[in-house]
Design a binder for this molecule. Structure first.
Ligand code: ADP
Ligand code: MG
Length: 255
């Protein structure tokens, strides 16, 4: 399988009043068609890891390679290009521009890539129909529901046909129905087009859509779990087992 992202020996130290090692020698490979979910307790370094992997943040030490090329050997301009051409970002709080319409928000990666307006409109409308936000294309984010806003963010992430979707708690502000709708969109793109997905969530149900789970604890990879031939439901129960270890340990201490 074609390698999209490769990260080796990533260490991140925050150098404030006290030195905090947030990531400690972590590795990650994402190939075409992968769907990786990162889980872990709050503060375990999930967002920091995701940001380093997606070139938003720099590690203190380590290598990140995208499309076979080391990110820290590239010019700022080339890294920016990778971000809007090869990656699509989805965040918990949608991160849509309030002063732009849904249509304009979705088109941002293509505007950055100097795509012709007719082409942007064509692609935006096609995607909006698929994601059921066609009716709100000329509305502003404030006039839309949370589900519509997150589907608009998903459309923006997909519009440039990226190789990788990077999503940090993408369902954190959504109700259950909208959460599953969003994950069905990711799943379809992953299965049909091979778009790789790298997602952080603390919700085991949402994590069960992935093909691989990486469990982070205290800045280190504590456990990885491949879905293989398991059904989504079977995978879900295994994930619950891993994520509930802390609580289980608390119960054991009470006995
Ligand atoms: P998670 O996403 O797993 O909740 P984060 O990656 O956001 O964790 O944060 C990991 C740790 O790093 C936390 O203890 C957090 O307080 C700390 N941290 C995050 N960003 C900064 C920063 N800019 N400066 C100092 N400490 C930070
Ligand atoms: Mg986080």
């Amino acid at each position: 399988m074609k390698e999209i992202l490769f990260a080796k020996d990533i260490t991140k130290i925050y150098d404030g009043k006290h030195k905090v090692k947030v990531l400690n020698d972590v590795n990650m490979t994402v190939n075409e068609g992968d769907f990786v979910c990162i889980m872990g307790p709050s503060g375990s370094g999930k967002s920091t890891f995701l940001n380093v992997l997606s070139t938003i943040d720099m590690p203190t030490e380590g290598t990140v390679r995208i499309n076979g090329q080391s990110v820290y050997d590239m010019s700022e301009e080339d890294v920016a290009k990778i971000r809007y051409k090869d990656m699509g970002f989805v965040f918990q709080d949608f991160n849509l521009a309030d002063t732009l319409t849904i249509r304009e928000n979705i088109g941002i990666p293509l505007v950055l890539d100097d795509t012709a307006k007719e082409e942007i409109d064509k692609r935006t409308e096609k995607l909006a129909k698929e994601l059921d936000i066609y009716e709100v294309l000329d509305s502003f984010p404030s006039e839309c529901s949370g589900g519509q806003r997150q589907r608009a963010a998903a459309a923006r992430a997909l519009i440039a046909n990226p190789k990788l979707i990077v999503a940090d708690e993408p369902t954190g502000s959504l109700d259950t129905n909208n959460s599953h709708e969003l994950l069905e969109i990711f799943k379809k793109r992953n299965e049909e087009d091979g778009i790789a997905i790298l997602m952080v969530t603390h919700n085991s149900m949402i994590a069960s859509y992935a093909k691989k789970l990486v469990f982070l604890r205290d800045g280190k990879i504590d456990e990885t779990l491949d879905r293989n031939k398991l059904t989504q439901k079977e995978f879900f129960y295994k994930i619950v087992d891993i994520t509930s270890k802390e609580s289980q340990a608390l119960f054991d201490n009470m006995d």
